[in-house]
Design a binder for this molecule. Structure first.
Ligand code: NAP
Length: 289
């Protein structure tokens, strides 16, 4: 049986770990904050004291971390996983990262004789726990085939875009489009409020409109009723990070996504007060100008 390590037990990583364990995988886990590991340890994972320790005997090491800074620390840092991995093992990066950093990390993996799968995801934490994520893969085609069985334990769909980095490119495009839709919804709701329209009628009409994308449907009631109950599925901070990475990527390609840039500004404004809150809180920044 293949030995797997998972680095990062936040909302998404914990869900992926539970899906891997349900499939019978032998799983070592590490997270910066030990307490978040408890549910996964109770489900059968083995705790490692450092990323390097988690990775040392693994055939496949998967990471699900906040951003470039976190990923750099966990793979390339003093106690980083790359230091201990055995040649030929797989590095599967599921975090949403900048393309520039993905190139750096994948080159470091290749220099160590490792095989890199660029594997950002779409889907909320519940989908991770139910094994229903969509994976956006950029990798050598043979490497993807070699990992497909493991990837299928936490995904319902695997989309293959081409070489390393292409999964990240698509992920940043789609998340910038998401930022535009969510910020646009917040503007619509704020404008309807300023005009004194009937809130219930507006929310019902928006849900049923030609502009009702899944993002709009997901957030219209949360924003309209200002009810943000429960754990955030996706935070203001993560949406802002993705928009920044996407705009950097666009700039490198000589493209200027103007709508994306304005949407990023709304999330930047919301960061001050609501960084760790659900991204629907962008409505507060938009309403208060
Ligand atoms: P999260 O709950 O905030 O978890 C973030 C993880 O990164 C935690 O394990 C955290 O450790 C770790 N981390 C942060 N800074 C670190 C550092 N400097 N060193 C080491 N570890 C660090 O976020 P999430 O929702 O699971 O998202 C994880 C990734 O998936 C992100 O790249 C996000 O953009 C992407 N994503 C999220 C969703 C979603 O709906 N949530 C959907 C698709 C993709 P601690 O526990 O110690 O803080």
């Amino acid at each position: 049986m293949q030995k797997i390590a998972l680095l990062g037990l936040g909302n998404m990583g914990s869900g992926i770990a539970l899906s891997l364990l349900r499939s019978g995988s032998q799983l070592a886990v590490w997270n910066r904050s030990r307490e978040k590991g408890q549910p996964v340890l109770e489900a059968g994972a083995v705790w490692a004291v450092t990323p390097a320790e988690a990775a040392q005997n693994a055939d496949i090491v998967i990471a699900m971390l906040a951003d470039d800074t976190a990923s750099r620390e966990v793979w390339l840092g003093e106690r980083g996983a790359l230091r201990q991995m055995k040649p030929g093992a797989f590095v599967i990066e599921c975090s949403t990262l900048s393309l520039k950093y993905v190139k750096e990390l994948s080159a470091a993996a290749a220099a160590g004789g490792l095989r890199y799968i660029d594997c950002p995801v779409t889907g909320i934490p519940d989908a991770a726990a139910q094994g229903k994520l969509t994976l956006l893969v950029g990798a050598d085609a043979a490497d993807l085939e070699a990992c497909r069985t493991i990837l299928q334990t936490f995904s319902a769909t695997i989309r293959y875009f081409g070489n390393i980095g292409t999964g990240t490119m698509y992920k940043l495009i789609i998340n910038l489009m998401g930022a535009v839709q969510i910020a646009g919804l917040a503007e619509g709701i704020a404008m309807a409020e300023k005009l004194g329209l009937n809130r219930n009628e507006v929310m019902a009409a928006m849900e049923d409109s030609a502009a009702a994308s899944p993002q709009v449907v997901r957030y219209v009631r949360k924003m309209g009723e200002k009810k943000f109950a429960g754990l955030p599925a996706f935070t203001v901070q993560l949406r802002h990070k993705d928009a920044v990475y996407a705009l950097d990527l666009a700039k490198e390609a000589g493209f200027d996504p103007k709508l994306g840039a304005v949407a990023k500004e709304w999330f930047a404004k919301a960061l001050g007060q609501f960084a760790a809150r659900d991204e629907a809180y962008v409505i507060e920044a938009v309403t208060n100008g």
